[in-house]
Design a protein around this ligand. Structure first.
Ligand code: MG
Length: 295
């Protein structure tokens, strides 16, 4: 099942995509509940939503991120595809010796909730803050049932579903501030969507393929099975000491082909169109804006 959060005529509501790609309004089934509310009560509401028939078609929906404002920081994982570790090391951005040592444990960082923006919204280039704007197409996991100390062999039972995140990054801030939070969390730095797809629709996430293009030119392409630390391991490691909660989001890392991987780097500029796609999950399509700084 593909669920969306949409806005139409100033109202924000939950919808279900039908097989023809139309948005069906779920308001009469779930009322004013958000996707987070629905995931919290999925055991009761999931079957009701799945069975709902003859839902009205929404004529002119504008899709928002499926979870437009997560309850807390998004978890994210750095350097989780081998070829990306190599390109990142080669770039010299992280270390002048251009080392490309494979991580032996997951590198977990976070992005603030206010970075989230819609699947077709503009990316703010923050022209006065960064000159090294980069993209990272990623599979994101949405947690259903929370828990602490979740073992690897039961981790997928805690996954509610999946979506796409572009882990937009200001490489200069990422480098200069040591901690990645600033470079990863500027406003609009987490385009998400276009749908949230339930885990039962996906089956084995390792079979999915992550890809991206910039202005139509292919940049990234890799199967999720290339992850160094797979989804069960990430859930197990994060939940070892942090209780995961319903609605938590984990961006699992990005494959090779980001702007920093080119020599010289190919950073994003106003007017560029970035598409991030994953099989079965649709595609994000975000244009880099030319927004002037706000007071
Ligand atoms: Mg990333």
């Amino acid at each position: 099942m593909k669920l969306v959060t949409f806005t139409e005529s100033e109202r924000v509501a939950l919808g279900r995509m039908d097989t023809e790609g139309r948005v069906r309004d779920l308001s009469e089934v779930v009322g004013a509940r958000t996707l987070l509310d629905v995931i919290d009560a999925w055991e009761q509401l999931g079957p009701v939503i799945a069975a709902a028939a003859d839902l009205p078609v929404v004529d002119t929906p504008r899709l928002l991120a499926p979870i437009p404002r997560p309850r807390r920081n998004l978890f994210a994982v750095g350097k989780n595809y081998r070829d990306h570790v190599r390109e990142f090391g080669r770039s010299g951005y992280e270390h002048p010796d251009r080392v490309d040592v494979m991580p032996t444990v997951p590198i977990v960082f976070s992005k603030v909730p206010t970075a989230v923006t819609g699947p077709y919204d503009e990316i703010d280039p923050h022209l006065t803050v960064t000159s090294d704007l980069d993209y990272e197409a990623e599979l994101a996991v949405i947690i259903g049932r929370g828990g602490r100390g979740i073992p690897v062999d039961r981790a997928l039972d805690h996954v509610w579903g999946y979506t796409i995140i572009n882990d937009v990054t200001a490489r200069d801030l990422q480098r200069d501030h040591q901690q990645w939070l600033l470079g990863k969390s500027l406003d609009t730095f987490a385009p998400m969507g276009p749908w949230a797809v339930t885990a039962d629709d996906i089956g084995d996430p390792g079979t999915l393929e992550v890809s991206s293009t910039v202005n139509g030119e292919p940049r990234q392409k890799a199967p999720v099975s290339d992850l160094i630390f797979d989804i069960p391991e990430l859930i197990s490691v994060i939940s070892a000491g942090i209780t995961l909660r319903s609605g938590d989001i984990i961006a699992t890392g990005t494959p090779a082909g980001v702007g920093i991987g080119f020599e010289p780097p190919r950073f994003l500029a106003p007017g560029d169109v970035v598409e991030c796609a994953i099989t079965g999950l649709g595609a994000l399509r975000n244009t880099v804006g030319s927004k002037v700084p706000e007071e």
